[in-house]
Design a protein around this ligand. Structure first.
Ligand SMILES: C[S@@+](CC[C@H](N)C(=O)[O-])C[C@H]1O[C@@H](n2cnc3c(N)ncnc32)[C@H](O)[C@@H]1O
Length: 429
């Protein structure tokens, strides 16, 4: 397929997402099934246009003065693929599968509407109702944070130090432009791919099959390290899900001590069993029933709450979530976070730690939840987060927003990671 056919396909998929409220991955899969002639390169290119269009939707709509899938898809190529109206029309002309060329009116709108003059929430490519939250969290830098959240993400890997060292894995992945991550000592980054390219399928690599690496954003790796797991301790991973952080905690504990991995939704835990086996993790017990946690009350050295949240810190990877999120969903998440913090804190032993993590960029899910918890639970106190970060990532404190009392924020613009918030509380002895 030429660019015109790929662009037309992207418009079709965006239309499907819009009219039938479909998840992006499902709409792309269906398009692939009904266009079997399309090769892997075509599918990757169509997917990239669709995801770029969703990431930069507001900018594209502003430039075109129109909120159609056509504007979003053409906008993606203009904003992210180094195309100009002229180069696009040249590439599309004579291609019978291409959408109609840019009209004179569209070209005029593109030259009249300048993003520099656009409202902040448009330049940040976020919904209007979310803009005040980002501003409250990041102050003057909030538009830059929104812009970084609208860029393509890298592919980050965590080396499983139970089985391999980073240099060894880097050698295995040579030819993939893989490089050590800047902050996490166990991370490897494959930078974002430009244009129609796509990341390598690392799951098919022998190194992955041998359990030497996991796909995990560097921010998630850093959060797991900050949680404070050490060899020999007792840990409850209260919201373990598919086990991304459980595996990282176990590696940090060198397979010694005990991790209890729990999640209120049993089916979310399902992938953890294979992952534990592949990674050679031997110190994890999966506990799906909340009742079975009773004997652990006041016994855990560390309880990790990797809380359910809006996921606004991961909008680079799931840009459709940005437009689907509602204020009602945010309220539901905040209520869950409040409840889970209280439930999980029961398991912390006197003198132990409670670590709260979200992948949200909003203060309501982060510092405000911790403040509310601390008001009602006077036996918990925040640790000195500046010292904590420096002790774990010596000389790298400039790569996170750290407030000694209120916690640690990692962001795409500031830290080069997905957005994460980490607060560590200690319980009075
Ligand atoms: C952010 S995800 C966890 C991701 C996981 N820790 C990882 O690193 O792969 C949050 C999880 O919290 C779980 N959850 C929601 N409410 C809960 C509750 N009341 N108790 C325990 N887990 C809960 C959800 O099912 C979801 O799997």
């Amino acid at each position: 397929m030429r660019l015109g056919g790929r662009l037309a396909a992207a418009i079709e998929v965006l239309e499907d997402i819009r009219t039938r409220h479909r998840p992006t991955a499902d709409a792309l899969r269906d398009w692939g099934v009904s266009h079997r002639f399309a090769g892997a390169g075509d599918r990757a290119a169509v997917g990239n246009i669709v995801y770029d269009a969703l990431r930069r939707k507001r900018s594209a709509e502003y430039l075109f003065g129109s909120d159609t899938p056509r504007a979003a898809a053409f906008g993606a190529l203009l904003l992210e693929w180094d195309e100009s109206p002229q180069s696009l029309n040249e590439a599309l002309s004579g291609d019978k599968f291409a959408p109609p060329l840019l009209s004179e009116d569209e070209i005029e709108a593109l030259s009249a509407n300048r993003l520099d003059d656009a409202p902040d929430a448009v330049r940040a490519d976020v919904p209007d109702w979310c803009a005040p939250f980002l501003e409250a969290q990041f102050g003057a830098g909030w538009v830059a944070e929104g812009q970084a959240l609208s860029a393509r993400p890298p592919l980050d890997l965590r080396v499983n130090t139970l089985k391999a060292g980073r240099d060894k894995v880097l050698r295995e992945l040579s030819g993939m432009h893989a490089a050590p991550t800047a902050i996490s000592p166990n991370g490897i980054r494959i930078p974002p791919i430009r244009g129609s390219g796509r990341h390598p399928n690392v799951q098919a690599e022998p190194a992955f099959r041998k359990g030497w690496l996991e796909v995990q954003d560097e921010g998630s790796q850093i959060a797991a390290i900050l949680a404070g797991a050490e060899p020999g301790i007792q840990v409850l991973d209260y919201c373990a899900g598919a086990g991304g952080k459980t595996l990282a905690l176990s590696a940090g504990m060198e397979n010694r001590g005990q991790i209890f991995a729990h999640d209120s939704e049993k089916q979310r835990l399902a992938p953890i069993f294979d992952r534990l086996r592949r990674a050679d993790v031997r110190n994890v017990q999966v506990v799906s029933r909340a009742e079975d946690l009773a004997p652990l009350e006041r016994k855990m050295d560390l309880v990790l709450v990797d809380a359910p949240c809006t996921g606004s810190g991961t909008w680079r990877r799931r840009p459709d979530a940005k437009w689907r999120l509602t204020d009602r969903q945010l309220d539901v998440r905040m209520a869950e976070q409040e409840k889970i913090l209280v439930e999980a804190s029961r398991f912390v032993r006197p003198g132990g730690r409670l670590t709260y993590v979200t992948c949200s960029m909003f203060p309501q899910e982060n510092v405000e939840r911790i403040d509310a918890f601390l008001v009602a639970n006077s036996d918990f106190m925040p640790v000195d987060h500046a010292r904590l970060f420096e002790s774990r990532f010596e000389g790298k404190s400039g790569s996170a927003r750290i407030d000694a009392v209120k916690g640690i924020s990692l962001t795409p613009a500031y830290s080069g990671t997905d957005g994460f918030y980490v607060a560590v509380l200690s319980r009075a002895a």
